[in-house]
Every structure is written in C-alpha cells, then in structure tokens.
Write a protein that binds this ligand. Structure first.
Ligand code: CP
Length: 306
C-alpha cells in the first residue's frame, strides 16, 4: 500500500526528500501512461472542493487533474452561493462535503484552517492554500518544475523576489527547499521580508541571504522565482501603495542573467514580469502551470488509491 493512501496533505513540512523525489518520479509515470489506463485510476471517485478564496489555477488544475484520472469533482467555488452565506460553519461544511466525496481540497483565508478541517473530514484533505501559512501543492509543483527544467535541484542558486511576508507559496517553497543543497537569495522590500516566526527553525537546514536588491544577484542565480505583492492581505492600503511595483522583471534586467536561468512565478502576475518575456526560453511559468495539473493528478492518485 502506498504511504499516502487515505492521508491528508496539509504541509510540505510533513514530506521527506524521499517522499518528494518519489512524487516527482511517479508524476513522470502518470505523464507517460496511456490515457485509457490513466482514466481507470479514479473511476467512480469524486473530489470535493471548498474554496473560501478566489482561485483560477489551483481549483481548475485539481478539477482537470481529477478528470484526467477518470474521476469527477464538484464543490463550492464561491461561498456567496452556498449555505456558508447563511452562517453555516467551516466544520459543518467540511463534514457534509466529506460525506459526499472521496477526498477534499480546501482553500481558506485562515492559517491552520486545513489542519482543523482535516480533523473533521471523514476523507483525506489536501491543503490548497491556508491563509499566509502554506500552499504545499504549489511548492511541490515548483520543485518538480525546477527538476524538469534544470534536471536537478541540488547545487542551484535560487532567487526569490517579491512579497515574502504574505506569500504563502514562499513558505511552502522554503520548507521544501530545505531538503536540498541550495543557496537561496531572498529579495524584498524591507517591510515584506520573510516572517521569522515561520522560518526560525529552518535556518540550520537552509542557507539564505536577505536583500532589497535584485540587481545584486541577477548575474549569479539559476532560478528566479517572482511573486506578486498580495494586496488582499495588507491591513493598510497605504502600506500596499508604498511597495507595489517594487520589482519589474523585463528583458533589460535578464540581459545580465545566466543563459540558462529559468524564470518562475506561481501566478497570478500583476505586472512583476513583463509579457515581452513570455516567448523567451527563460520563461518557464506556463510550463510550471501545466506541470501543476499532472502533479495534482499524481497527488490525487496517491491519496485515493492503495
Ligand atoms: N498559484 C495559485 O495558487 O493560483 P490561484 O490563486 O489562481 O489558484
């Protein structure tokens, strides 16, 4: 029996390097599988999604991943059209949905929401973004993308730029990267530096620098991971105005970069990466999004089948 069968996926912290490497290998097997064989994987099974925050990629990639492996999916994409609007609790919503389905995917505004919901759910629950805390499936997809595009993760120099305070994908990515021998450069405005309360325990395992200057590192890095400033999480719009547009990655900036640099972004982008880069060999963000569907198909296979 595979060790993820019937298990929740709440934090990338719960996965070892061996787990991650095994997931990349088995995702490659799903890619290579005959489509009729793939459709047998989740035949007769249903995925329930509960999204308390907007999403395009995560929800739709889970839905298309479930279709790819022969299952169905339904759920709440907009809380306004559900009984949550009438005051139904998260606990009751999760309990009811888990009775209709074989696995749940939850995105919620609150840190800790997925771990809380997993205790109530009768079926395995996958965290699709919990507050500013974590977005584990995004990070597994990001690590898979680096491995696919550069054939390795160990030995790389990785620049992560943007909103490092509120961006939950960053935390999951850093927790995942601590399994590898990498040098990380964290680049952000002073007010958007990473939260030390969420990273103090990884300092021994992950070597990183912090800076406000992208120019300082652009010549040296192998991966440039760009994030948007998370407007919706700012308690003060003036604070947001002060930092929005702090970084813009364009062809002029990338003239200084290594020939084989790869440019990544979890998306949505809101002006941090110029669209002139989309057709260049360095732009890997659309591949990253495509890998997300295949990676999620594999995660669903793992939690749904023995
Ligand atoms: N990357 C990501 O989580 O995108 P969505 O918010 O569109 O799901």
């Amino acid at each position: 029996m595979n060790e993820f069968f019937n298990k929740d996926i709440i934090s990338i912290r719960d996965l070892t390097k061996e787990n991650l490497e095994s997931i990349y290998d088995s995702t490659n097997k799903i890619i290579e599988m005959d489509s009729s064989e793939r459709r047998e994987i989740a035949r007769g099974k249903a995925l329930g999604y509960l999204f308390f925050e907007p999403s395009t990629r995560t929800r739709l990639s889970f839905q298309s991943a479930m279709a790819l492996i022969g299952g169905t999916s339904f759920g709440i994409a907009d809380v306004q059209s559900s009984s949550i609007q009438k005051g139904e609790s998260l606990a009751d919503t999760v309990k009811i949905m888990s009775g209709y389905t074989d696995a749940l995917v939850l995105r919620h505004t609150l840190d800790g929401s997925s771990r809380f919901a997993a205790e109530i759910s009768e079926k395995p629950l996958i965290n699709a973004g919990s507050g500013t805390e974590e977005h584990p499936t995004q990070a597994i997809q990001d690590l898979f993308t680096i491995k696919k595009e550069l054939k390795k993760i160990d030995g790389l120099k990785i620049g992560i730029v943007g909103d490092l305070k509120y961006g939950r994908t960053i935390y999951s990515l850093l927790y995942g990267l601590r399994n590898y021998d990498v040098n990380v450069h964290l680049i952000s405005p002073e007010s958007l530096k990473i939260r030390t309360d969420s990273t103090y325990d990884i300092k021994k395992e992950l070597s990183y620098t912090e800076s406000e200057s992208l120019d300082e590192y652009i010549e040296d890095i192998d991966v440039l991971y760009v994030t948007r400033v998370q407007k919706e999480r700012f308690p003060d719009m003036q604070e947001y105005q002060n930092v929005q547009g702090s970084y813009k990655v364009d062809s002029k900036l990338l003239e200084q970069s290594k020939d084989n640099l790869i440019l990544m972004h979890p998306f949505p982008r809101t002006g941090e990466i110029a669209s002139e880069l989309d057709s260049t060999d360095k732009a890997k963000y659309f591949n990253q999004i495509k890998y997300g569907k295949l990676l999620r198909a594999e995660l669903l296979r793992l939690v749904l089948t023995e």
